[in-house]
Design a protein around this ligand. Structure first.
Ligand SMILES: [Zn+2]
Length: 135
């Protein structure tokens, strides 16, 4: 079953819902809220016009198809997969969770020679020159 992220026109996130199509997922969300809706021929069937106006149909919501890869919440590009899981699938690899990208921040830290030794690190050549410079 595919998963869809459903966001209201006003931008309120209503979470991820399962269904064969966006209409099925939206209908599942409405049913969970107590409305008697179903899907026929790909369209939501409303009990009456008032419920239709109150709930809003597929075009009234922002519905995004989510990747069916393990632990993935990215948007799909093809075959029900995000770019990373599509690539895994295409290459015949087992589908694995994609790690979030790591932010690398350059950092300059001044340490004493003793602190470096405790960390098991050896200072870079330039640092050694500075550390070993006679004062
Ligand atoms: Zn994915």
């Amino acid at each position: 079953m595919a998963r869809f992220q459903i966001v209201s026109g006003a931008g309120a996130d209503h979470g991820a819902w399962g269904g064969a199509t966006a209409a099925h997922a939206l209908a599942a969300m409405h049913r969970d809220a107590g409305y008697r809706v179903r899907v026929a021929l790909g369209r939501i069937v409303w009990p009456d016009g008032e419920t239709r106006r109150l709930c809003g149909d597929v075009e009234d919501w922002q519905i995004t198809s989510l990747c069916s890869g393990p632990a993935c919440t990215r948007e799909t590009i093809s075959g029900g997969f995000c770019p990373s899981h599509y690539r895994q699938q295409y290459r015949g690899r087992p589908l694995t969770a994609i790690a979030e990208p790591v932010e690398r921040v350059p950092l300059k830290v001044r340490l004493t020679r003793r602190a470096l030794k405790r960390l098991g690190a050896s200072p870079a050549r330039r640092a050694r020159e500075i550390l070993e410079r006679p004062s």
